[in-house]
Design a protein around this ligand. Structure first.
Ligand code: KIV
Length: 290
């Protein structure tokens, strides 16, 4: 098994496109700070997304809607310091591109220049095609995101699977083709039927990266906290827990509390010591009459 992926060169946008041509699956995970970025990068994951899901996982908001460009930038900078090999992508959060295409480009430029992002992701289909083209023309690679788009929660009326009917599926296919045409280098398909994801994947030259879109996509993305069992939300159907870190960490913290209370921590071997010369000198000084 590929436990330690070989040290390979930096993952770039052309490298991601070539993977689709070679029929190689691509992996993507979110990371939100230096330590998660290092873990993900060192595991050989090809793409790291500073997702706006950090609104929930890191900041405790109840949706991705409130998170700001400045909050995203703070996390992006920390992730940048931990990533050496993976392609680093950041989400344009809600409100960072909804006023105008110029605003969207300005937000993307900030993430690249100040935060070190190598690509941006944004949600929406045909209505975002012009913006995608505008950002790509400024030499910033763009990843699209269609289907269940969490920034549209108020319009969608909940986190529901999209593209279930023939009409809805036709709309999503048109969105996917428009984003490819506009220059997106990859497309996240979230919360859509497996059959539709397979058709979109076959139709596009750019890779599709699925989340709740079945196994036929060119790659898969998950939220870091879901994969390692750190999330507080009930897991969606598509989430597989590869670890149960919440339980592991909870036990570690409780053990610490008990050890301290009962005098089991720290032990002598976890303490610093004087040399015997200093100890003897101290004992001599303290027994000398004043
Ligand atoms: O913000 C996020 O984490 C995402 C992925 C789940 C695709 O957009």
């Amino acid at each position: 098994m590929d436990q330690n992926p070989p040290a390979v060169s930096k993952i770039t946008v052309p490298a991601i496109l070539e993977r689709k041509l070679r029929g190689e699956k691509t992996t993507c995970l979110t990371a939100y700070d230096y330590s998660t970025a290092r873990l993900v990068d060192e595991a050989g994951i090809e793409m790291i997304l500073v997702g706006d899901s950090l609104a929930q996982t890191m900041l405790g908001y109840d949706s991705t809607v409130p998170v700001t460009v400045d909050e995203m930038l703070h996390h992006l900078k920390a992730v940048r310091r931990g990533v050496r090999r993976a392609l680093l992508i950041v989400d344009l959060p809600y409100g960072a591109y909804h006023l105008s295409n110029e605003q969207g480009l300005a937000s993307a430029l900030r993430f690249v220049k100040e935060g070190g992002a190598e690509a941006v992701k944004l949600e929406g289909g045909r209505q975002r095609a012009r913006l995608v083209r505008r950002i790509v023309e400024a030499q910033i690679p763009v990843m699209g995101h269609i289907g269940l788009t969490p920034q549209s929660i108020h319009t969608l009326g909940g986190y529901r699977v999209q593209g279930r009917t023939l009409d809805a599926a036709t709309e999503l296919l048109a969105d996917a083709e428009a984003l490819e045409e506009a220059g997106a280098f990859a497309l996240v398909l979230e919360g859509i039927p497996r059959e539709l994801a397979a058709i979109i994947t076959r139709r596009l030259r750019i890779p599709t990266i699925g989340i709740g879109a079945g196994p036929d996509c060119d790659g898969q993305v998950l939220v870091f906290h879901d994969l390692v069992g750190l999330s507080y939300n009930p897991p969606a159907k598509f989430v597989r827990n590869y670890a149960n870190l919440r339980a592991t960490l909870h036990q570690a913290l409780v053990d610490f509390r008990i050890d301290v209370r009962e005098g089991g921590y720290p032990g002598d071997h976890e303490s610093y010591h004087w040399t015997s010369a200093v100890r003897e000198q101290f004992e001599k000084e303290s027994t000398r009459p004043a």
